[in-house]
Design a protein around this ligand. Structure first.
Ligand code: PLP
Length: 367
C-alpha cells in the first residue's frame, strides 16, 4: 500500500489493523499441545479469515504446523511458494472439473463425491495423493454412505485415488449440549471402518474442545487461531486482532439536530460527536448503527449515533472532557474492551463474520 510520496500509509489510512502474529502462533501451539499426539493443521482459508494468510503461514510452519487448509486452488497456489516442500496444502472445496492437472507439489484435492474420486483416479492413477471427505450429517460436502460403500467395494479405485486421509466436518460442535456431534462421531467411525487404514480428521476449532474422542489423527482449527471463541467449552484462546480508527472530525450539535443518513438519531441535548473514518465498506457494518456498536477511548464507551455510512460513522463523545480528542486520534473498535465476538453478539452474528469482513483500506501491522 503506497500513499503519496513522503506520507506513510499509516498516516494516510483511516484506521490501523494490528494482527498479533505471535498470538496466532501461541493459539496454534496451545491447540497442538491440547490434542497431541494428534497433529494440528491451520485452516487459512479466506485469507486466514480476513487477517492475511501470507504473513501467517511461515510463522505457523516454524512453530511446527505442516498441514494447511484452504478452500480454492488459487489460495493454495498463492501460499505454496511461501512454505517449504514438506508442508501440505489441502483444497477443501473439492476437485472442480478441469482442475486435476494443477494438483501435485504438495497441493492435495479433497475428493467430495464418488464422481470426484473417479475423475481423480483417472487423472492420477495412484501417483498423486488426495483426501477423501465423507458426509456424516451436515449434508454439505463429502461422500454419502452409499458412495463410501461404492469406494470400499472397489479397492482398485480406492488405491488409484492415492487417499492419505479421511475427513469429515461437524455441524453443531459449538453447541455441546446437542446430540448431533455424538451422532456424527459414530457416523465418522463407521466410515473409517468402511475405508480402513486411513488417518482421520474430524474436529475444527469447537470440535477440539469436545474432547479426545474427536481428535483422531489431525485437527483443523481456523477461528480459534484468530482469537474467536467458537464454543462455550473453548479455553486458552488469545485475542489476535486490534483495530483502531481515526477521528475524521469533531463537532458539537444542538438539541434537535439529527445525525447521519435517514436522520435516525436526533440529539435530545447538546452533544459532542466524533465522526470516525470507517464504515460498512471497511466491514464496519450498518448493523452497528445507533448504539449497536461503539468505540472506546481508554475505558470510556462511546456509543455510535445515527446510521453507519459506507465510509464513516459517528460516536457520541460527550462523556469525555472537552478537548480530549483531536482529528487524527485513534479510537479502539476491536481490542481489549470490545472483541470481534462482542460485536458479533450485538449484531446477531458470529465473530467469524466480523473478522472476514474487515476491509482492505486499513493500514495493516503484523506484530
Ligand atoms: C472452515 C473449516 C474448518 C475450520 O473451522 P473453524 O470453526 O474456523 O475452526 C475446518 N474444516 C473445514 C472443512 C472447514 O470448512
Amino acid at each position: 500500500m503506497s500513499a503519496s510520496e513522503g506520507v506513510s500509509s499509516a498516516a494516510a489510512a483511516g484506521g490501523i489493523l494490528t494482527i498479533g502474529v505471535d498470538a496466532v502462533v501461541a493459539n496454534w501451539k496451545s491447540l497442538a499441545a491440547r490434542v497431541a499426539p494428534a497433529r494440528t493443521a491451520a485452516v487459512v482459508k479466506a485469507d486466514a479469515y480476513g487477517l492475511g494468510a501470507a504473513p501467517l503461514v511461515r510463522p505457523l510452519y516454524d512453530a511446527g504446523c505442516r498441514d494447511f487448509f484452504v478452500i480454492v486452488l488459487s489460495e493454495a497456489e498463492a501460499l505454496r511458494p511461501l512454505l517449504p516442500p514438506d508442508a501440505t496444502i489441502y483444497v477443501l472445496n473439492g476437485l472442480l472439473p478441469g482442475t486435476a492437472a494443477a494438483y501435485g507439489n504438495g497441493i492435495l484435492p479433497v475428493l467430495n463425491s464418488i464422481a470426484q474420486c473417479r475423475a481423480w483416479a483417472e487423472a492420477s492413477r495412484g501417483d498423486r495423493p488426495s483426501v477423501i471427505q465423507v458426509d456424516t450429517g451436515m449434508s454439505r460436502l463429502g461422500l454419502d454412505t452409499a458412495e463410501q460403500q461404492m469406494l470400499a467395494d472397489d479397492p482398485g479405485l480406492l488405491a488409484a485415488t492415492g487417499a492419505r486421509l479421511i475427513m469429515s466436518h461437524l455441524a453443531c460442535a459449538d453447541e455441546p449440549s446437542k446430540s448431533a456431534s455424538g451422532e456424527q462421531l459414530a457416523a465418522f467411525r463407521a466410515a473409517r471402518e468402511r475405508l480402513p487404514g486411513l488417518p482421520g480428521s474430524l474436529a475444527a476449532s469447537s470440535g477440539i474442545f469436545l474432547g479426545a474422542d474427536y481428535h483422531f489423527d489431525l485437527t483443523r482449527p481456523g477461528a480459534s487461531l484468530y482469537g474467536i471463541e467458537t464454543s462455550p467449552l473453548a479455553e486458552g484462546v488469545k485475542p489476535v486482532v486490534d483495530l483502531r480508527v481515526k477521528v475524521a472530525q469533531i463537532r458539537e450539535i444542538e438539541t434537535g439536530t439529527s445525525v447521519g443518513y435517514g436522520y435516525t438519531f436526533r440529539a435530545s441535548r447538546t452533544t459532542r460527536l466524533a465522526t470516525l473514518a470507517t464504515g460498512y465498506a471497511d466491514g464496519w457494518w450498518r448493523r452497528f448503527s445507533n448504539g449497536a456498536g461503539a468505540a472506546y477511548h481508554g475505558d470510556t464507551r462511546l456509543p455510535s449515533v445515527g446510521r453507519v455510512s459506507m465510509d464513516s460513522f459517528s460516536v457520541d463523545i460527550s462523556a469525555l472532557p472537552a478537548g480530549t480528542l483531536a482529528e487524527g486520534d485513534l479510537l479502539e473498535l476491536i481490542g481489549p474492551h470490545q472483541s470481534a465476538d462482542d460485536l458479533a453478539r450485538s449484531a446477531g452474528t458470529i465473530g467469524y463474520e466480523v473478522l472476514t469482513s474487515l476491509g482492505r483500506r486499513y493500514h495493516r501491522v503484523y506484530r
